[in-house]
Design a protein around this ligand. Structure first.
Ligand code: ADP
Length: 450
C-alpha cells in the first residue's frame, strides 16, 4: 500500500493524475524537464524534481533519473500517464524490481499486448473478434506467403509485430505487390523496432475506429465501461472523440464488451486499458490493446460517472473494484476536442506564449488543461494544450453544447486548431455520426481544393 505517487509525465495528464491522487489523500511527487520548470501545475505537488534537459530522451524517458527521483522523494508508486514510458515493459520491470508499484498492468501483460501477433493470438483465444488473417508471423517461404494472402483475399495489409504509432504497415492491393512490400516492411521493422517479424491480415476499406474501455483489479474482476468512437483522425492522430460510438446495436456492443472483460480476466490484466477495434458492416475487428490510460478517457468518465484515474490508482493499491458489470450504466453522450497549438490549416506546430486564455464553463462542460494566460507552450513535446469535453442528455444535446463551448473558448498568442473544431462541429457528415477513419483526411483535401 502506497501513500506517495510519483507522476512521470507532464502537461494536462500530469495535472489530471495529481487531482485523482489528491482525491485519494495521496502525496504527490512530480518530475519535470528543464523546459517545464515554470509549469504552473508543479506548484500543486508536494515535491517537484528536475530530471534532465528538455529533450524527452534525457528527461521524461530517462529511466534512471525517474527511478532516482522516486528513491530520493520516498515515492512508492509511479504513475506513467500516457505516452513516454507508459507502455514500456522494460521500464515497468525496473519499477517492479526496485520494489515500487507501477500504476498500470504487469510488465508481462504489457509485453504480450505490445507484440501485435501475440496480442492477436491472446485475443482470439479469449473470443475477441479479430481481423481475418493468421495469428502467427509470416513464414519465409514465398509460396506459403502467397497462399496465405490469397486465402484472406486482397487487399491485405502487412504489419510489423513490433510496430506502433502508425508505422510499420503497408497495404498490398494484389499479388504482384506482396513480396516486395513484405521485404520492405521486414527490413523497416528490424531497423525501427528491433523485431523483423511481420504478419498479414485483411485490409478493411471503410472502417470506423471504435474502442472499448476496460478496468480490471488484481482479484480477477474486470468490467467494460462502454464504447468510444475516435474515427475523426488525421495521420492516425485522433482529433475529436465521442462516447458512446453512435449507431451500434446494443446487443453487439455488449457481446464485444463482455469479450474484452473476459480477455482481461484470462490474461490476468489489471488497471485500465483500451481495446481498439475497426468497425465495418456491423462487425468488430480487434487491432490492438493500449495498456494504459488514454487521452480520451474523459468522454467515458462523463458517460459512466466513474473517475477512471482514481479507479486505476485504487486497483494499483490492491483494492477490489467497487462495482460489477451490472452496476455500470452509460448516460447521455460526450465529445472531446483536442485543442492543439498548431496552425488550423497547415497543422504546423505553434509553440510560444499564450497571451489570453478564456475557457468555457457551465453545465456539462469540462476543460482539462495545464495552460493559462502567460504560459509558454514549449516546442519539445506534443502540441496539445487542452481537452474540451462536453456532456449532454443526447448526442444532439452534446453537439449543441460543444458548439457553444467552442465559440466561447479563446486562446491568443499562439495559433490553435479551434477554427477547425468549430467547422467540424457544424459539418453535416460529423453531425450525422458514424463517419469512417478516412473522413477527415478526405474533408481536408476537399476543403483545400475548394
Ligand atoms: P499502431 O500501433 O501503429 O497505431 P494499429 O494496428 O493500431 O497500429 O493501426 C493503426 C491504424 O492503421 C488503424 O487505426 C487503421 O487506421 C489502420 N489499420 C490497421 N490495420 C488495418 C486493417 N486491417 N485494415 C484497415 N486499416 C487498418
Amino acid at each position: 500500500m502506497f501513500d506517495t505517487v510519483l507522476i512521470a509525465n507532464r502537461g494536462e495528464i500530469a495535472l489530471r493524475v495529481l487531482r485523482a491522487c489528491r482525491g485519494l489523500g495521496l502525496r504527490v511527487v512530480m518530475v519535470h524537464s528543464e523546459a517545464d520548470k515554470d509549469a504552473p501545475y508543479l506548484a500543486l505537488a508536494d515535491q517537484a524534481l528536475c530530471i534532465g534537459p528538455a529533450a524527452p530522451g534525457q528527461s521524461y524517458l530517462n529511466q534512471p533519473a525517474i527511478l532516482a527521483a522516486a528513491a530520493v522523494s520516498g515515492a512508492q508508486a509511479i504513475h506513467p500517464g500516457y505516452g513516454f514510458l507508459s507502455e514500456n515493459a522494460g521500464f515497468v520491470e525496473r519499477v517492479e524490481q526496485a520494489g515500487l508499484t507501477f500504476i498500470g498492468p504487469s510488465s508481462a501483460c504489457i509485453r504480450v499486448m505490445g507484440d501485435k501477433v501475440s496480442a492477436k493470438r491472446a485475443m482470439r483465444a479469449s473470443g475477441v473478434p479479430c481481423v481475418p488473417g493468421p495469428d502467427t508471423s509470416l513464414p519465409e517461404d514465398p509460396a506459403q506467403v502467397r497462399r496465405l494472402a490469397r486465402e484472406i483475399g486482397y487487399p491485405v495489409i502487412v504489419k510489423a509485430a513490433g510496430g506502433g504509432g502508425g508505422r510499420g504497415m503497408r497495404v498490398v492491393n494484389d499479388e504482384a505487390e506482396l513480396l516486395p512490400a513484405l521485404a520492405v516492411t521486414r527490413e523497416e521493422a528490424g531497423r525501427a523496432f528491433g523485431n523483423p517479424e511481420v504478419y498479414i491480415e485483411k485490409f478493411l476499406l471503410h472502417p470506423r475506429h471504435v474502442e472499448i474501455q476496460v478496468l480490471a483489479d488484481r482479484h480477477g474482476n474486470a468490467v467494460w465501461l462502454g464504447s468510444r468512437d475516435c474515427s475523426l483522425q488525421r495521420r492516425h492522430q485522433k482529433v475529436i472523440e465521442e462516447a458512446p460510438a453512435p449507431g451500434i446495436p446494443q446487443e453487439l456492443l455488449a457481446q464485444v464488451g463482455d469479450s474484452c472483460a473476459q480477455a482481461c480476466r484470462r490474461i490476468g490484466y489489471s488497471g485500465v486499458g483500451t481495446f481498439e477495434f475497426l468497425y465495418e458492416n456491423e462487425a468488430f475487428y480487434f487491432i490492438e490493446m493500449n495498456t494504459r490510460l488514454q487521452v480520451e478517457h474523459p468522454v467515458t468518465e462523463l458517460t459512466s460517472a466513474i473517475d477512471i484515474v482514481q479507479q486505476q490508482i485504487r486497483v494499483a493499491r490492491g483494492e477490489a473494484l467497487p462495482f460489477t458489470q451490472a452496476d455500470i450504466a452509460c448516460q447521455g453522450h460526450a465529445f472531446e476536442c483536442r485543442i492543439n497549438a498548431e496552425d488550423p490549416r497547415t497543422f504546423r506546430p505553434s509553440p510560444g506564449q499564450i497571451t489570453d486564455w478564456n475557457v468555457p464553463g457551465g453545465w456539462g462542460v469540462r476543460v482539462d488543461s495545464h495552460a493559462r494566460a502567460g504560459y509558454r507552450v514549449p516546442p519539445y513535446y506534443d502540441s496539445m494544450v487542452a481537452k474540451l469535453i462536453v456532456h449532454g442528455a443526447s448526442r444532439a444535446d452534446a453537439l449543441t453544447r460543444l458548439r457553444v463551448a467552442l465559440d466561447e473558448m479563446r486562446v491568443e498568442g499562439i495559433a490553435t486548431n479551434l477554427p477547425l473544431h468549430r467547422e467540424l462541429a457544424a459539418d453535416e457528415g460529423f453531425v450525422d455520426g458514424g463517419v469512417d477513419i478516412h473522413y477527415l483526411e478526405r474533408w481536408l483535401k476537399e476543403r483545400a481544393a475548394a
